[in-house]
Write a protein that binds this ligand. Structure first.
Ligand code: RTP
Length: 138
């Protein structure tokens, strides 16, 4: 069994997609190990979460987006849970996300200069999953 960390980002909560996302996780047979609704996170937590992106041009927009409202954080486990969940999320840019994925079914690409709001996050490796679970559930 592999564990991964996920976020339903502020746009997902704001748009009433929490139930839809959790339904897909359960339907797929992944196990929900932890689940919490959190108030809008501090900038410092988002800086640590996205530490590899803080120097990117788009980072200020990303930080504003991720601190813009409540979010849901959780841990899921299952066989190849990391790649399974990332496949369910779809491509980072919603315009390239396949229909049937969460981003492909519910997100739109932003106007130029705006943050890519794409509803969900998932760890991209076992190392990231371990780091992110420790960061958000310490
Ligand atoms: P995530 O970390 O949220 O699961 O998304 P990801 O792996 O698909 O994408 P990543 O490259 O790690 O980027 C993290 C989040 O930053 C925003 N982003 N904006 N060019 C841009 O404006 C841009 N690129 C990335 C997205 O919200 C992305 O999910």
């Amino acid at each position: 069994m592999e564990k991964t960390f996920f976020i339903i980002k502020p746009d997902g909560v704001r748009r009433g997609l929490v139930g839809e996302v959790l339904k897909r996780i359960e339907q797929r047979g992944l196990q929900l190990d932890r689940l919490e609704l959190r108030t809008a996170p501090d900038e410092s937590l988002i800086d640590k979460h996205y530490e590899v992106l803080v120097d990117k041009d788009f980072y200020p927009n990303l930080r504003n987006y991720m601190t813009s409202g409540p979010l849901v954080v959780g841990v899921i486990s299952g066989s190849e849970a990391i790649s399974c969940w990332r496949t369910m999320m779809g491509a980072t840019n919603p315009a390239q996300a396949q229909p049937g994925t969460i981003r492909g079914d519910f997100a739109q690409s932003p106007e130029k200069g705006k943050a890519i709001e794409n509803i969900v996050h998932g760890s991209d490796s076992p190392e990231s999953a371990g780091r992110e679970i420790a960061l958000w559930f310490s």
